[in-house]
Design a protein. Sequence first.
Length: 206
Amino acid sequence: MGRCPVTAPGDGGARRQGTDQAFAALLDEHSRLIAELASNQAAAQGQREEDQARIEELRGLVESLLAQEERERGYVPAPAPRWWQLDGAAREEAVDYLRKWVEHVYKPCYEHIAEDLGECWDKHPLCLFILDWLSEMHKYLYLRDKRSAGNLGGMADWHTRFLPIAAEIRAVATKNCEHRARQAVAADARLAGHIGGGNSNAGSRR
Ligand SMILES: [Zn+2]
């Protein structure tokens, strides 16, 4: 009696093996697709973060240009610096804001009064507080297209009442301070070195 070709054990095993291989190939393909999708998603996420950073950078640039233009058009109130809290880069930025006014407006325009401001003013909190309101008042009074009688009165007050007193306070603060004493010691040392060198040269010529 011959064996049934459908139920023969040898053929069944071959079919199962074929099915297993096809299933394994399908799993491999799915795994590859999932890995590919994950990789694409990570790349897209990286691109999104890069785009977002670029947008923020451009936003900051536009805001800074707008603020600069607004400042050039007229007075824009600046927040009061908290000198007692500022340090590092934040302090330097706030000092630099004052320094621009001192270099571009105060020193060129206020002659002998500005000369009384010691070079170490940026190291004296008292000078920083005074220069802050003095410069902001000056900007408020002068960065404008039109002026009223009140503004004229403000300009007169600024120059004849506030400026002389403010200048006096800052001059005293920077006149006999530790920074100036250190500068004097350094200058004396340089002078002594120079004279000493001059004498030795003079001696060698004899
Ligand atoms: Zn000083």
